[in-house]
Design a protein around this ligand. Structure first.
Ligand code: PMP
Length: 441
């Protein structure tokens, strides 16, 4: 039974598990946005495999692609040899890239996880520039391997960190609700850009020559914090003027989630490299970097690994990418996300425990605060991680899976599949509103 499974896993698995602590359920079946537990209870899943299930669980298009591939008896694993499935995935992927970037793009298949692709992107740019410094942002999350950890900004629970050797300068991310400069809104982004430029130009500032700047367009683990388009353009200008390659980490934001196929398209900025994983594999492990051909400076064997592109993941991924494009799911994510945020904004007005509602498309954050606490100079109240954990538990009791994130673990993160139905939107918001009201009275 479910209890025995939970007990055995608790006894035998590592203590580092987090999801399993927050959601003591044993999923046995899933379809679309619904997960069914071994006890027969059903849950609406707003976690979507940490954003990797763009089409939800077991979408027929993905299932069929996997089944058809298996039925053909293709080799499931042949390292980096050319296969029709890889060719087809690459076609589908390149078709999603913004035009100017696509024309000069190269792809490198990395290890199976997002962190592998981050690692590859940093190393590629170190090779190309011969520099060792890296520019990253406060609150960033890029992964758990050493290079990816070096540029991650929300490191508290991950410490102690392995020695990375990278000289990382952490620049302020424009987190408007709790701006590091004590000024919120658009002004915070402007100041963050000016500060960045001054710091890079300060001859005594101690910033070493940079191989790359790496950024998320909407910080995911950092609490669904969207960067203003103008700030992204400023970062592109600043890096271009100093010939610093710009790497955009779209592991979580990619494949339509923010309302554009790639989140960097919102700003019109052309990056030098995009890191991709999660949804590009249709729920199966796959990670790549796509970069401008002028950076393709590795010698054969310079960056290798055993699991570089699994045939089933490529088939599931190609089907997902094509379906998101064909069905206009980016536009749908933009529209539904805006509707959800507007209703959540209404809720914020009614419930003082909600300090901030933010996000882009279907990457939404609801930051919980102590309504009695003092406001800071941006007007923000103290973050309330215990309230947030209580709301998460109250959501689970109502059959809703939402995860926490953000600098203070006080942000409810909503990452529903792009295929979420209108009825599911209402159900998610009703259950969430009920849970916040129950906890914060
Ligand atoms: N970059 C970003 C922006 C992510 O959100 C994540 C995972 N949450 C990663 C990198 C790391 O990906 P993975 O967990 O697959 O290693």
């Amino acid at each position: 039974g479910a209890d025995a499974i939970l007990r055995r896993q608790r006894a035998r698995e590592s203590a580092a598990r987090t999801y399993a602590r927050s959601f003591p359920i044993v999923p046995v079946r899933a379809s679309g946005m619904t997960i069914e537990g071994a006890d027969g209870r059903r849950y609406l899943d707003c976690l979507s495999g940490a954003g990797s299930l763009a089409l939800g669980h077991n979408h027929p298009v993905v299932d069929e692609a996997v089944r058809r591939t298996l039925d053909r008896g293709v080799p499931l694993h042949v390292l980096d040899l050319a296969t029709p499935e890889k060719d087809d995935f690459t076609d589908a992927l390149f078709a999603t890239l913004p035009g100017r970037f696509r024309d000069r793009a190269r792809v490198h298949f990395c290890g199976p996880a997002g962190t592998d692709a981050v690692e590859a992107a940093l190393k590629l740019m170190e090779t190309a520039t011969g520099r060792r410094g890296l520019l990253a942002f406060t609150g960033a999350y890029h992964g758990m391997t050493a290079g990816a950890l070096a540029v991650t900004g929300n490191v508290a629970v991950k410490a102690p960190l392995p020695a990375t050797g990278a000289e990382v300068t952490r620049l302020p991310y424009p987190y408007a609700y709790r701006c590091p400069f004590g000024v919120g809104g658009d002004r915070s982004a402007e100041i963050a850009a000016t500060y960045t430029e001054r710091l890079l130009d300060d001859p005594a500032g101690g910033v070493v020559p940079s191989a790359a700047m790496i950024m998320e367009i909407v910080q995911g683990e950092g609490g669904a914090v969207p960067a203003p388009d103008g700030w992204v353009r400023e970062m592109r200008r600043i890096t271009a003027e100093r010939e610093i390659p710009l790497i955009v980490d779209e592991v979580q934001t990619g494949v339509g989630r923010t309302g554009a196929f790639w989140a960097v398209e919102h700003s019109g900025v052309e990056p030098d490299a995009i890191v991709m994983s999660k949804a590009i594999g249709g729920g199966l492990p796959l990670a790549v970097i796509v970069y401008r051909d002028e950076y393709d400076g590795w010698l054969p064997g310079a960056h290798t690994g055993t699991f570089r592109g699994n045939t089933l993941a490529m088939a599931a991924g190609a089907a997902t990418l094509r379906y998101v494009a064909r069905e206009g799911l980016s536009e749908r994510a933009a529209a539904i996300g805006a509707r959800m945020m507007s209703r959540l904004d209404g809720l914020r007005a009614a419930l003082p425990a909600i300090g901030d509602v933010r996000g882009r498309g279907l990457m939404i954050g609801v930051e919980l605060v102590d309504p009695e606490g003092p406001t800071d100079s941006c007007g923000a109240r103290p973050a309330a991680p215990r309230t947030a954990a209580a709301v998460r538990a109250a959501c689970l009791r109502r059959g809703l899976i939402v995860e926490l994130g953000g600098r203070y673990d006080a942000t409810l993160r909503l990452l529903p599949p792009l295929t979420i139905t209108d009825e599911e939107v209402e159900a998610v918001l009703d259950r969430l509103a009920d849970a916040v009201a129950e906890v914060s009275v």
